[in-house]
Ligand binder design. Structure first.
Ligand SMILES: Cc1cc2nc3c(=O)[nH]c(=O)nc-3n(C[C@H](O)[C@H](O)[C@H](O)COP(=O)(O)O)c2cc1C
Length: 219
């Protein structure tokens, strides 16, 4: 897909989900970086939703307006953090994000920006994390695919506790550069649209059988 070099700034939505950002070294720095990039809107989920009651309509409206959606979080137990998962559970609903009358996210891009405690060389068959890190990515990639979104090459910082300040600074600078230059990333020019994952109506129980999340109440 080609983009005119002088097209208006892209609308980028960065979803940050770190359960203790005040203790974070890497993600706090990355979030600060994103906040300083024009055309980027940052949602700090743990700050916005300390009660875990996500405003689904507000989040869906922000997603609808975005072209690039960033999922930024530390890796916990080889996957996403709890509120990141709940956000996907609640916000990417059947017949909105996917399903026969879904498609609200069709054609958008998703970019995973994640950090791990384990260094890169711990992620291989002979070391304690036993798998190359790519082995943990299919749930992310398929979540994007089901919603007809392109899953871009993730940006990972391994060994987030141990990397030098200089390496962290370089990583943050790369993050800023990528955010500010989107969608003019060389690899996007030839990246194909997402594969079609059509979910038939019959794949889900009738509406009344679905347990709805509790409504947010004001005290
Ligand atoms: C509950 C929990 C689970 C974790 N699970 C993993 C894991 O599966 N793999 C890994 O490499 N690091 C794991 N870590 C380490 C975090 O990924 C690491 O602390 C984080 O990426 C550092 O980023 P920060 O400076 O923003 O906190 C875990 C940390 C916590 C608290």
């Amino acid at each position: 897909m080609a983009f005119a070099p002088n097209s208006p700034p892209a609308n980028i939505l960065v979803i940050v989900a770190h359960p203790s950002l005040e203790q974070s070294r890497a993600n706090r720095r990355l979030m600060q970086t994103a906040l300083n990039v024009p055309a980027v809107q940052v949602r700090d989920l743990y700050a916005l939703y300390p009660d875990y009651l996500i405003d689904v309509a507000a989040e869906q409206a922000l997603l609808s307006a975005a072209k690039l959606v960033v999922w930024q979080h530390p890796v916990h137990w080889y996957g996403m953090t709890p509120l990141m998962k709940l956000y996907l559970d609640d916000v990417l609903t059947f017949n909105w994000a996917y399903g026969p009358t879904g498609g609200a996210l069709r054609g958008k891009d998703v970019w995973l920006v994640a950090t791990t405690g384990g260094p890169e060389d711990s992620y291989q068959p002979t070391r304690y994390n036993r798998y190359f890190f790519d082995a943990f990515l299919p749930p992310y990639e398929q979540t994007a695919a089901l919603c007809s979104m392109r899953f871009l090459q993730p940006m990972l910082l391994h060994g987030a506790h141990q990397v030098s300040d200089a390496a962290l600074t370089e990583h943050a600078a790369m993050y800023a550069q990528r955010l500010s230059s989107y969608p003019h990333w060389p690899e996007l020019e030839n990246l194909e649209d997402c594969v079609n994952c059509d979910v038939p109506e019959s794949a889900r129980p009738a509406d009344e059988a679905i347990v709805k999340p509790p409504k947010k109440v004001s005290l």
